[in-house]
Design a protein around this ligand. Structure first.
Ligand SMILES: [Zn+2]
Length: 347
């Protein structure tokens, strides 16, 4: 059956921006113009969300931290830390950003859509309980997952974070919770430095955090091995009722902040294999949320290929990047991660 795909977007997402900072409004503008160029506006609706409520933010964040972000904006502060800038309207835009993911969740859970891609900013996966980090103010995907547990009584949610940086904030939000399986692929060593392969969750949540720190230079072939040998088999054992993706396109080969080698084809492959997981276990329910991605044109093209995969749009699929010599050495590397994961999953 053809999937009902919706995009969530709000024009105010462009207000939070600062000159040539890599996390700037042009990222979304490029994605939107690619959406129009491909004439996807004729087949995929854009849905405008409401802001998240403070109560929803408090599912994940410290009330005092939430207040402090609002006050910092009111006081005209220009940043919360070295990386995370503010403009006077950033607090309001961040509420709309979290609201975007909640709107997507509602559409999926109400049965109005199978797949939703939220084109929001600022991003969220680095944001911690009481701290902004790495361009992120509030943890959008974590808030959506917490809301899905609370209001929709889901028992098993998977968050797959393919952003090139480790989703530290998301991991820490659910580290002790066996209802949430968190899987992250990320370049290592790289910012923020967490996401070691031995970080597997704690207490009740042990085994439900899966980290795949990858050496720089990994491309389509290496990521495909990760998905085929580790990520999909684990997801098939976990059987998620909802698949959430922290979709950052900064593992793209031209990204100025990272050193990975994914092409459009790699993004198509990752999205396709997770869509199949959603179809097998989650009634097709798939919620994607933008994170990083800083090569303006590249990240926009990658998003189009993700839409192509999850919405079965039938756009031409680009060819795979050639196998690299990294791939042979990479098999050994992957084996080490498998040895750790075999403690918890059949691989
Ligand atoms: Zn990133």
């Amino acid at each position: 059956m053809k999937k009902r795909l919706v995009l969530v977007y709000h024009p105010d997402y462009l207000i939070h921006t600062q000159g040539q900072h890599p996390e700037r409004k042009e990222r979304l503008e490029y994605i939107l113009s690619a959406y129009h160029d491909q004439e996807l506006d004729k087949i995929i609706d854009l849905h405008e969300p409401d802001p998240a409520s403070i109560a929803d933010l408090q599912l994940i964040h410290d009330p005092a931290y939430i207040k402090s972000v609002e006050e910092a904006c009111l006081a005209g502060r220009r940043s919360l830390d070295m990386d995370t800038y503010l403009v006077p309207e950033s607090y309001r835009v961040a509420l709309l950003s979290a609201g975007g993911v909640l709107a997507g969740l509602k559409m999926i859970m109400d049965g109005d859509s199978d797949r939703v891609f939220v084109l929001n900013r600022p991003p969220g996966h680095h944001a911690e309980y009481d701290q902004a980090m790495g361009f992120c103010l509030f943890n959008n995907v974590a808030i959506a997952a917490a809301k899905a547990f609370k209001d929709y009584s889901l028992q098993r949610i998977a968050i797959i974070d393919w952003d090139v940086h480790h989703g530290n904030g998301t991991q820490h939000s659910f580290e002790e919770d066996s209802r949430l399986l968190f899987i992250s692929t990320h370049q290592s060593p790289a910012y923020p430095g967490s996401g070691n392969k031995n970080e597997n969750g704690r207490g009740e949540g042990e085994g439900f955090t899966v980290n795949l720190p990858l050496p720089s230079g990994c491309g389509d072939a290496e990521y495909e091995l990760c998905f085929k040998d580790i990520i999909v088999p684990i997801l098939d054992q976990f059987k998620p009722e909802l698949v959430i993706i922290s979709a950052g396109q900064d593992a793209y080969h031209l990204d100025p902040l990272a050193g990975m080698g994914l092409t459009d084809s790699g993004y198509y492959m990752m999205a396709k294999s997770l869509a199949a997981v959603a179809d097998r276990w989650a009634g097709g329910r798939m919620l994607l949320c933008l994170e990083g991605g800083y090569h303006l044109q590249g990240q926009a093209g990658a998003v189009i290929q993700v839409l192509n995969a999850i919405g079965e749009l039938g756009l031409p699929i680009p060819g795979n990047s050639p196998l690299t010599e990294t791939t042979a050495r990479f098999q050994d590397y992957l084996e080490e991660i498998k040895v750790i994961q075999k403690k918890y999953w059949k691989l």
